[in-house]
Write a protein that binds this ligand. Structure first.
Ligand code: NAP
Length: 294
């Protein structure tokens, strides 16, 4: 959206193809406390709605469509979005990242039946009310999910594979100081129960230090173990590292002239709303210069 804002203000009439989740994962955050300029914090959905309005005010066109294929071989870049062709001289990839999964068969089978990746979206569902819940992960996302879920759950078990949180100090202190949150250290989920009942009744845990296994009852499992960049579409076309993050030179340039990138799809280090916005600005300026030079 920041790339759209800047390119719109440069009179480039940008077209934003939103994908299936306009505004991206940030729209699922209930409060963003660290985006500069919002001392009270701002709801993630509202932040992204405002950013869209700001871009549209200067002429950005926002279309709810998903890009299915790309042909970056010619001077004119060709995309297919929702079955229709889109041609452009310049492309900014800002496709963000999606939730990483545990990779368990039981996780896949019980998704949306008690296994979820978003507390803000699903935490208030009746099935989770006054029930013990499990959050998996040790980063800022896991802490945020755990804190949010204390509003509804009887208790929240925070299962982390080490004995220290990766999260920022302020989030870690907040979560560990919340009496409803029970940390479960050095542990991984090896199975989510109960596929037979077609709903979540608990998890099987393994202590990675002792090897000991045990069952923990819960009505829901919230997986918050990081993200995977949404770059599958560009595999083999754009340079990326082994994890799929786009590799850039001079700030925002990919290996293909006229194709730039910004945000979490190209950032394995910071992954903050504000750094994504900053990168979007940089990509837009690079794109504008590229077009002016031709
Ligand atoms: P993250 O920082 O990469 O943390 C992922 C966590 O999941 C780590 O604790 C990791 O364990 C654990 N993990 C990874 N793979 C696992 C697996 N297969 N099984 C079990 N555990 C696994 O991801 P994040 O929390 O989503 O945060 C991403 C970025 O967004 C960060 O830069 C964060 O600061 C930012 N963010 C900020 C806020 C905020 O400021 N309020 C909120 C959300 C996100 P290890 O620690 O052992 O690696």
């Amino acid at each position: 959206m920041t790339a759209a804002l800047y390119t719109a203000r440069a009179n480039l009439s940008p077209l934003v193809l939103t994908g299936i989740m306009p505004g991206g994962l940030l729209t699922t955050t209930n409060v963003v406390e660290n985006f500069p300029g919002f001392p009270e914090g701002i709801d993630g959905y509202e932040l992204m709605t405002r950013l869209q309005k700001q871009a549209e005010r200067f002429g950005a066109r926002v279309k709810f469509a998903t890009v299915e294929s790309v042909d970056l071989s010619g001077e004119t870049l060709r995309l297919t979005a929702d079955g229709g062709p889109v041609e452009t001289r310049c492309l900014i990839v800002a496709s963000g990242a999606g939730h990483r999964h545990l990779g368990l068969e039981s996780e896949r089978l019980l998704e949306k039946k008690g296994v979820t990746y978003c507390a803000t979206c699903d935490g208030a569902l009746p099935v989770f009310r006054n029930q013990p819940l499990v959050v998996v992960g040790g980063g800022d996302s896991a802490c945020e999910e755990a804190l949010y879920l204390t509003r509804f759950a009887s208790e929240v078990h925070l299962v982390h594979r080490r004995d220290t949180l990766r999260a920022s100090k302020i989030m870690a202190e907040r979560v560990l100081g919340q009496p409803k949150v029970r940390p479960v250290w050095d542990s991984v989920v090896t199975e989510i129960l109960d596929v037979g009942q077609d709903r979540v009744t608990g998890v099987r845990l393994r202590n990675v230090k002792t090897g000991e296994e045990r069952l923990l009852e819960c009505a829901g499992v919230f997986v918050a173990i990081g993200h995977v960049p949404n770059t599958q579409l560009f595999r083999g076309l754009l340079d990326m590292d082994e994890a799929g993050y786009l590799e850039l030179k001079q700030g925002a340039q990919t290996n293909i002239p006229g194709v730039f990138a910004a945000g979490d799809c190209a950032d394995r280090v910071y992954r903050q709303a504000i750094t994504a916005a900053g990168a979007g600005c940089a990509a837009a300026i690079e794109a504008e210069r590229y077009l002016a030079s031709r």
